[in-house]
Design a protein around this ligand. Structure first.
Ligand code: ZN
Length: 142
């Protein structure tokens, strides 16, 4: 994302005031994590993380640590819009490619679609369209 882009969005919002149009503009931004495959791949490679200590910089390499049996696995997380972006403190931290929401501390039962929808359903087009839709299907299917 570039700063110029968000300035542009603010101008459009001011002039038109249409949320739907703003979302479409956001979706049109080219971003490396836009594709599902790029997000899935982000979980498969080990990553180097750095401790944010000023004097003594420590770093280590980490891998996605949760088993595939978790509801939140690379495939479901990627489909829910997230890519893996670990930090020293939150090694299972993921970020939404669109709204930049960061989520971590995943438990076995956590459903990335449901959580993204609950936290960002009003502000993130991906949460609304992809995650909200799958919530509807899940609710109707029971
Ligand atoms: Zn989002």
């Amino acid at each position: 994302m570039c700063i110029a882009g968000s300035v542009g969005i603010r101008v459009v919002r001011h002039v038109i005031g249409s949320k739907a149009l703003i979302w479409i503009l956001q979706l049109n931004f080219v971003h490396a994590m836009e594709s599902l495959q790029a997000r899935v791949d982000s979980f498969l490679k080990s990553k180097r993380i750095r401790k944010a200590a000023k004097s003594n910089s420590t770093s280590t390499t980490v891998k996605w640590s949760h088993p595939a049996s978790f509801n939140a696995n690379p495939q479901t997380l990627a489909e829910a819009g997230f890519y893996w972006a670990p930090s020293w403190e939150d090694r299972d931290s993921v970020t939404c490619f669109l709204c930049r929401k960061e989520l971590s501390d995943w438990n076995e039962e956590d459903d990335p679609f449901q959580i993204h929808w609950e936290k960002c359903g009003r502000s993130c087009a991906w949460a609304m369209l992809r995650c909200g839709l799958s919530q509807d299907i899940a609710d109707d299917g029971r």
